[in-house]
Design a protein around this ligand. Structure first.
Ligand code: SF4
Length: 488
């Protein structure tokens, strides 16, 4: 049997796919601002935008400040119901004129396309990320995939201009097999790129949970047949439409685990705020269980329990800290505590990326660090595992510490310092653990705001040059990675 894109399946895969049933999902999505403009939304949704907000948004249509040209509006009935009682959730899904006041930012944050050897696949670290679909069931205004979701043209490193394409099973599996064979034949490192086995793949998008069970099953089994060791699914569907994690989806996971028991599945959920899953009283207080723990929304609890109870599946939360949504230490504390309570690990909190219009969303880096640390006061050690990360072009970078006192005799340290630590490099991990120390700038929302106060940059965050895309594609002959500078 051959899949729709020409990929030939094995007998084992076919047998697994034959077990899958697709569920029926009534997300009741409101797509775009038009239904709000022309008043065709259901009656109970009519006040979601005030008439003043609608007038302003309407006046921006077709101009260079058009909010929907930047990022399409979309919301499910479930999320709308939650947002009715939460200003933070409203800010997450409601378009606002502020978003297009300052359109500075990158259409390809992190030069991600430099790491794309075949369309729809980003090969970074020992991991591959797949664009499996270009939408989610609701859209976060701060999304750093807005260029994919809004189908924008991106300038590639070779000067060609094209929209980001979606991954195709045949191409992706072909690349993984070829890369991994060369790695194996060369004793563990790729002969030209020096990278290791591609052993973990992330199904991303958009949100892969928008695909049918059958399509998800096709991806999972094709990756398993290519000897991928771990598969992640990145999803915010647990917040937008938890009923998607229904019996048919869980049965598909069970069948997959039975067929491919050595492949580890990891669900990376995305909750920004506890209002996305906790029940509230009419006056806005969280409801409690008899033992004092906070009461989950019953649909979300059922969905999450279904996943967590499958002990062979890891569940982790990661989320950015965004202005007006979750830049609140109390909310972050409740979020981490309540997630861990139901078996979800707290992985990363992110500083916002340099997406187009990032000034509307990004919390200053030093503020995000303070908020996360403040939020972890009162949490137990296991609840407070999350770290603050900011994704540099060079790779994942932790914001390790911000000091308050001057360091006598050290230029730029008059108000204290901030320490970054490299966690991963996009190519490999030679710089893991290396640091960069800069003088403080409480207003800084991106690395360039520290350019004039570098104290010691052993990792080379401020000397970065783009990686030659030909290297990633395997056409080049040597790694073109810039050497870090000495400490100043
Ligand atoms: S769920 Fe993720 S990909 Fe989808 S809109 Fe939100 S941030 Fe973007």
């Amino acid at each position: 049997m051959v899949s729709s894109d020409g990929y030939e399946m094995t007998d084992r895969q076919r047998a697994f796919l034959d077990t899958i049933e697709n569920g029926r999902h009534e997300r009741e999505i409101i797509n775009g601002l038009r239904p709000f403009f022309d008043n065709s939304v259901p009656d109970d949704m009519k006040g979601f935008y005030s008439s003043q907000e609608l007038d302003i948004l309407k006046s921006l249509r077709g101009t260079d400040r058009d909010v929907e040209a930047r990022m399409p509006v979309k919301v499910t009935r479930h999320y709308y119901e939650l947002a009715r009682q939460s200003k933070s959730l409203q800010r997450l899904v409601k378009a606002s004129p502020d978003e297009t006041l300052n359109l500075v930012g990158s259409e390809d944050p992190g030069h991600q396309m430099d790491f794309s050897p075949v369309e729809g696949l980003l090969h970074k670290y020992e991991m591959g990320l797949l664009y499996t679909i270009s939408t989610c069931s609701s859209h976060c205004r701060f999304c750093y995939r807005e260029e994919l979701i809004a189908r924008k043209d991106i300038v590639r490193q070779d000067g060609t201009v094209a929209k980001k394409g979606l991954a195709k099973i045949k191409d992706v599996v072909g690349y993984i097999r070829s890369h991994n064979k060369q790695v194996q034949d060369n004793g563990g490192l790729h002969p030209t790129t020096g990278r290791r086995k591609l052993r973990e793949i992330l199904l991303s998008g958009g949100d892969a949970m928008m695909l049918s069970n059958q399509k998800i099953g096709e991806w999972l089994s094709a990756l398993a047949e290519a000897d991928v060791e771990a598969i992640r699914m990145g999803t915010k569907e647990m917040a937008f439409y938890p009923k998607r994690f229904d019996a048919s989806f869980l049965a598909m996971l069970d069948s997959f685990h039975l067929t491919y028991p050595d492949v580890n599945l990891r669900l990376m959920v995305h909750f920004n705020h506890p209002d996305e899953f906790l029940q509230k009283s009419p006056d806005g207080e969280y409801l409690t269980n008899p033992n004092g723990s906070l009461k989950w929304h019953e649909d979300t609890q059922r969905a999450m329990d279904g996943v967590v109870q499958r002990g062979w599946m890891h569940v982790e939360n990661q989320a950015p800290i965004i202005k007006g949504i979750n830049d609140d230490a109390d909310a972050l504390r409740i979020l981490q505590q309540s997630l861990y309570h139901r078996g979800i690990n707290n992985h990363y909190y992110f500083c916002g990326r340099d997406i187009v219009a990032y000034q509307a969303f990004n919390v200053p880096i030093e503020t995000a660090w303070s908020l996360l640390n403040e939020s972890q006061k009162g949490l137990s050690g296991v609840e407070a595992h999350a770290r603050l990360s900011i994704t540099h072009y060079k790779g994942k970078t932790e914001v390790v510490a911000v000091t308050n006192k001057p360091i006598p005799g050290v230029k730029h340290a008059e108000n204290g310092v901030l320490i970054f630590k490299n966690l991963r490099n996009a190519l490999d991990a030679p710089d893991r653990g290396k640091t960069c120390i800069v003088g403080r700038n409480p207003e800084a929302t991106w690395f360039n705001d520290y350019e004039d106060r570098i104290i010691c940059d052993e990792v080379g965050l401020f000397d970065y040059k783009r990686v030659d895309n030909k290297i990633i594609s395997g056409d080049g002959h040597s790694l073109n990675v810039v050497q870090p500078s000495d400490c100043r």
